[in-house]
Design a binder for this molecule. Sequence first.
Ligand code: SF4
Length: 222
Amino acid sequence: MKYFTSGGLSVGGGGVGSGKVSEKETVRDGNAATVSGGEPAAVGGGDGATSVSHAAYDSKIEGNVIFTQVDAAINWMRKNSLWPMPMGLACCAIELMATGAARFDISRFGMEVMRFSPRQADVMIVSGTVTYKMALAVKRIWDQMAEPKWCIAMGACASSGGMYRSYAVLQGIDNLIPVDVYISGCPPRPEALLEGLMKLQRKIEGEKPVEEHLSSLLEAQG
Ligand code: SF4
């Protein structure tokens, strides 16, 4: 006679294959754990010295527990929820807008939440020509963003002034604010921006937020 339980296949009262299986032998989950007579399974050198109760190993709980480092957990959360501050200043901004559309789908990376408030943004994407007239406004918005924050220079103009070697254009936004990732192109395609964002994710993976926080605390204490 064969019958099934919720945990797996139990066999009793007959034989399976060539060997006889006693009524009390039960095979669970294919893990070769043998339970005889309702007693806990014995683990160890065969002399039964180490006995583990059923409560000590619960495969359901095991699947819900992760061991990691605090730095890795913080970085994982940060890199998958980067909210952009779209600093669209010229034609590159059209490609930035296209990146948010369905065809390219920036939300695959948790980055679709474009914030026009610097207080809610994590990464400033400078896309377009930075004139001196706009430069200080960009700097002010950057200063208003809370730490941690990152910056992407999207396109030739934001990275280096591009073709505008003129008195009116800042020759790269890195003259004013620190840039984490530069994206080449005039304009870069949305795929290039997505690649830049993924590079930024990899950069964030290598950061040490706990160590930095502790050292800044020590500095503040003198
Ligand atoms: S890099 Fe090219 S496309 Fe982008 S803002 Fe400058 S001129 Fe326009």
